[in-house]
Ligand binder design. Sequence first.
Ligand code: GAR
Length: 206
Amino acid sequence: MTGPPLALGVLVSGRGSNLAAILDQIKAGRLAAQVRVVISDQPNAPALRLAADQAIPALAIQRRSFANQESFEARVAAELEQRGVELVVLAGFMRLIGPTLIDRFPGRIINVHPALLPSFPGLAAQQQALAHGVKISGCTVHFVNEVMDGGRIIAQTAVPLLEGDTVESLSARILAEEHQLLPLVIGRLAEQIRAEQVSEDGSSQG
Ligand code: GAR
């Protein structure tokens, strides 16, 4: 890739295994990116500790500390912008975001979801897949718009359901695929973003 590593801001709400997968790929030299900040709407999210342990700025920003959704999102956007974030990654961020944040990062916010969208958006996607008796589910990485899990799909991995699957067993197999797919998509977008910058400027940004 031409130019510096892509500056990422990662939004999380919980465990942070997708964040860990991104950081592992960066450390292994397989992903030309740098996590500039991790922001959680849940102050006790293990993902925040994971980031802090690796000396990555880790912030808790709670929706309830703000008068409305707009001022909450404006604060999140300001933290991302201050750190020069170029791509915002929702990695287990369990909150719908609106135009205040989306408009500050047009085409630059992606989300990972544990189902083959447009099937099973929203919460408990793996439970929904089991309840419908589908034979194949999987994971999706997509651009974020104002519709929950509704933005344009970038990439998907299929995961077959097995006889006797539980929410736990299916979730674990889907999660393993998320850990592959999300860093892969970030890498591809990094290439695209740097290539666009080169063609716009006629020179490298490096
Ligand atoms: C992941 O399975 C992710 O796809 C899902 O939450 C989990 C977070 O795990 N996200 C959604 O359901 C969003 N609609 P992690 O915190 O270990 O990365």
